[in-house]
Design a protein. Structure first.
Length: 309
């Protein structure tokens, strides 16, 4: 897959030597920093460094002291969330950890609001975003993705589905909560208002976090929430006793790959992480991590770049 050249000129990589250095990056980083050894539970299978893959990294990242900054938003289970010990955990955390171990590259997660993630990437304050981001053609204009999972969307409703919502078309004329910040779900609802819901538009209710959006459904302030299927299925099982929410749709809607997101043209990093993810797919580590988080349904057999073979 051909990658573009950097469109913003040379940027200083956010390589750091300590947590203190990371938190001093600037006032734009509103979240907290966590060390890779503390944040990721990781796979039970040992992941060894492969020298031929490590050699694919940019030269400055092959030094033993090198460390990168990884932007995330820890309110999106099962991909990333904070456990009772205050550590950021989840499927994507474990996967990024395994890929980084394969490359022999240290990192720190920086927890921040969803709508700050891409600005921090473009500003060079983080080197990569790991936040269950959909790989779309629009986002590929200024970003490159290493795809690691296939997902779709879920329509979340109160348990029992009292309004009988089953499809996207059923959302026309209703109040629907969603993660804001131009999430793919927010864009999908806005697109529907320009097409099939033009006569009965959806009242789109964007919120800063997925949890805030889902809370509107529980409070009766929204008829439904549109979210990613894996997150919706997780919340339907885990919130309360599993009897507060349910996923309304039985058919797949808006299928899309998810990927680690890099600044456009960061060619060496993208290719190194693509090779690392493919390596852990090939040796079974990926399948083990998927099974741990009950996400095997969305498994890839090939780690693609920008959804291209």
């Amino acid at each position: 897959m051909a990658l573009g050249h950097r469109v913003r000129g040379h940027r200083a990589r956010a390589v750091i030597g300590s947590i203190a250095a990371l938190t001093a990056l600037g006032g734009l980083l509103t979240g907290c920093a966590t060390d890779s050894a503390e944040s990721a539970e990781g796979s039970a299978q040992t992941v060894e460094v492969r020298t031929e893959l490590r050699a694919m990294l940019p030269g400055e990242l092959r030094a033993e002291s090198a460390r990168i900054a990884v932007g995330t938003e820890s309110g999106y289970p099962p991909f990333e969330y904070t456990n009772e010990a205050g550590r950021i955990v989840g499927f994507e955390i474990d996967l990024f950890d395994a890929a980084s171990k394969r490359l022999g590259l240290k990192y720190n997660f920086v927890d921040m609001p969803w709508n700050s993630l891409i600005d921090e990437l473009y500003a060079g304050n983080v080197d990569v975003v790991a936040a269950a981001m959909s790989d779309t053609a629009e986002r590929q204009i200024e970003s490159d993705f290493v795809d690691y999972y296939n997902d779709s969307d879920a329509i979340m409703v109160p348990a029992g589905n009292p309004q009988g919502i089953k499809t996207l078309a059923d959302l026309c004329g209703r109040k629907v909560a969603v993660l804001g910040g131009d999430s793919t779900q927010q864009i999908a609802l806005q697109t529907m208002n320009q097409a099939e819901c033009q006569a009965k538009p959806i009242t789109v209710m964007p919120f800063d976090t997925d949890a805030d959006a889902l809370a509107q459904v529980q409070a009766g302030k929204a008829d439904a929430e549109l979210t990613q299927w894996s997150t919706g299925a997780y919340n339907a099982k885990q919130v309360g006793s599993g009897d507060i929410f349910e996923v309304a749709n039985t058919e797949i809607i808006n299928p899309t790959p998810l990927g680690f997101r890099f600044l456009k043209g960061d060619v060496e990093m993208v290719r190194a992480y693509q090779a690392a993810v493919q390596s852990i797919i090939d040796d079974g580590t990926y399948a083990e991590i998927l099974e741990k988080h009950d996400l095997s349904v969305g498994a890839l057999t090939t780690a693609t770049i920008n959804n291209q073979p």
